[in-house]
Design a protein around this ligand. Sequence first.
Ligand SMILES: [Ca+2]
Length: 295
Amino acid sequence: MNSTKKFCLALLILLVAQTTFASEKFLLSNNLKSGVHKTDFPKDTKTIITDMTTSFVTEGEYASDAEAVETGKDGVLFDGNTGSYWKSRSYSKWGGGVWITVNIDLGGEYLVNEVNVWALHEATRDTDSFQLLFSKNGKDYTPNASVEMDEALEKKKDFFAKMSLELKKPVKARYMQVRIHRLKSAKQQQVGEIAIWGMKPEKGVSYLEAGTRPKVAFTVENIQSGVALIKWGDFVKLAEGVKGWKIYKSKTPFESVEQEGVSFVKSAKGSEKQSVVYPFTPGESFFFGCDRNLS
Ligand SMILES: [Ca+2]
């Protein structure tokens, strides 16, 4: 096994026959609309005014910190000020909850291709990541992607860092959820602004739908002759409800486990983050696939 390749597949993805990559980007979250505070968005930002409404999630595992809900009311997360004005931030209780979770209803279906969150990046007040989920009905949310705070950025007083999640494939959706997670070692998080970007979907084009789960992202490395280590640990944040993992192999690249030449290698428990596969003949090349088991 001289070379192995990162490879992803998911049977669910096969339902998507065609995907258009949206290059155009319009602000969908009305951040320029209120004009109450100094806006940090250029005045000529390309914008589509939407009927967006938002609400904090206040129950369940991802419930927002109560003080963040209180300070975040009146739409301060979408008012155009990314953090310089203290009344334009949602800030959690000192030592309080780790989540600020917001449901967003765009008021109609749009093709979403980027989400930004501005959060304070200081020694004791910091955010480590946010997750983006989409929903078809405004109730059940499917994780799509997540992004971490860039740790290369220097922590500075009053510095609101921009975390940017650009979707590899835009998603056609009306409902979405943004879950912003406090850095565990920090005492508080402060979020200045959320921005949603995208465009109007074109008629007759098939897009990735809100309920579609993302492909499993994983890596493959040779750890010794004929033995490979497959790791999907970075993907677990997006693996809600996964009961187990299945690994497949083939001598040729594949998009579906039903393709000729693809064979099942092994399964792993839902709680596992990696698996060792062997034995393979040294010198031969294989392609691997990793899928999730939801039932
Ligand atoms: Ca704001």
